[in-house]
Design a protein around this ligand. Structure first.
Ligand SMILES: [Mn+2]
Length: 316
């Protein structure tokens, strides 16, 4: 490695597929003489996106496009923060966006194989398969999603109780050279996983009293209290017969309407959640979306209206 060359910083989205994406790219770039450092990205950093990592050499994976990124890979449809940024992107041997990809690591592996002559070890193929399952909620059952304890699922769960971002950087760095199993067996991971599992149990317990009504394949819940812990799949765990869960949850700044389709009981005549949410100033994908009304009162009113509209659609 050229000693005068700055160390490349791989900035990754702080979730399972983002962490694996960072590890894969770091491993692939070793052949190019790089010895990258892995650092997760904060959503807050989007505020001064123009000056992001100014004067540094960096790559971004599983997060917003940046024109100064030496390497950039993402699969999020919302990756471009402005139209100018959208116009600055075209696929190259260092950049790739594929919004049809269920998760980011498989696209990095394929791209590095095609453009860098990289050969990904089996442990990354394994991690990439799990990334697709986790990011696209392709779990075989709600039980696997909530209680699954394969190494990948233990890491996914542990991330929900991560003590600080530096800890996640440590795990991502370990994944450059170790398998999911080895990393999942670390004693610090076990400890955090146990704490995360207790949080999950508490969240499952706290869900039923938040239910406002269940009707026509839809549950509407009010989890706006900051005392209620949240488990994304709790509605489908408690009510496997429903097709949609609509609820109100707190955010740092206010309140959020969330709507998700039940991955294990998909309706035959479903709605496009993201497009419907656009009518409420929000957005999302076909199966999941959300919006941020200005007040709790508004969130509850519009959330309930949203849920009623789905009932009408499903039962008509
Ligand atoms: Mn991600």
């Amino acid at each position: 490695m050229d000693p005068k060359k700055q160390q490349l910083r791989i900035r990754y989205h702080r979730d399972f597929d983002g962490m694996v994406s960072g590890a894969v790219l770091a491993h692939a770039l070793r052949k190019e003489g790089e010895n990258p450092i892995l650092l997760s990205v904060n959503y807050d950093e989007r505020k001064n996106w123009d000056s992001f990592e100014a004067g540094k050499r960096f790559a971004i994976v599983d997060f917003h496009f940046h024109p100064r990124a030496e390497y950039w890979f993402d699969h999020h449809p919302t990756t471009f923060l402005t139209d100018e940024l959208r116009a600055a992107y075209s696929p190259s041997d260092r950049w790739l966006w594929d919004e049809t990809a269920p998760s980011c690591p498989p696209l990095i592996i394929k791209h590095c194989e095609e453009h860098l002559g990289y050969e990904a070890p089996e442990r990354f193929q394994d991690a990439a398969r799990w990334s697709d399952i986790i990011d696209a909620a392709r779990f075989e059952s709600v039980d696997q999603a909530v209680f699954g304890d394969d190494p990948a699922l233990r890491l996914m769960r542990a991330l929900t109780a991560s003590p600080n971002p530096a800890w996640v950087d440590k795990l991502a760095t370990a994944l450059v050279t170790e398998s999911l199993r080895d990393v999942a067996l670390r004693s610090d991971v076990e400890k955090v996983y146990d704490r995360a599992s207790r949080n999950r149990d508490k969240a499952l317990e706290q869900f039923p009293p938040t239910v406002v009504w269940i009707e026509g394949g839809v549950v509407f819940f009010d989890a706006s209290s900051s005392k209620v812990r949240r488990e994304r799949f709790a509605p489908f765990y408690h009510h496997p017969e429903i097709s949609y869960a609509v609820g109100v949850i707190p955010t740092r700044a206010g309140f959020h309407i969330t709507c998700g389709e039940n991955p294990w009981n998909k309706p035959t005549n479903g709605v496009h959640v993201g497009e419907m949410m656009e009518e409420y100033g929000g957005g999302g994908h076909r199966a999941v979306g959300g919006a941020n009304p200005p007040s709790l009162e508004k969130a509850l009113e519009l959330g309930e209206e949203f849920a009623e509209r789905i009932v009408e659609h499903l039962t008509r």
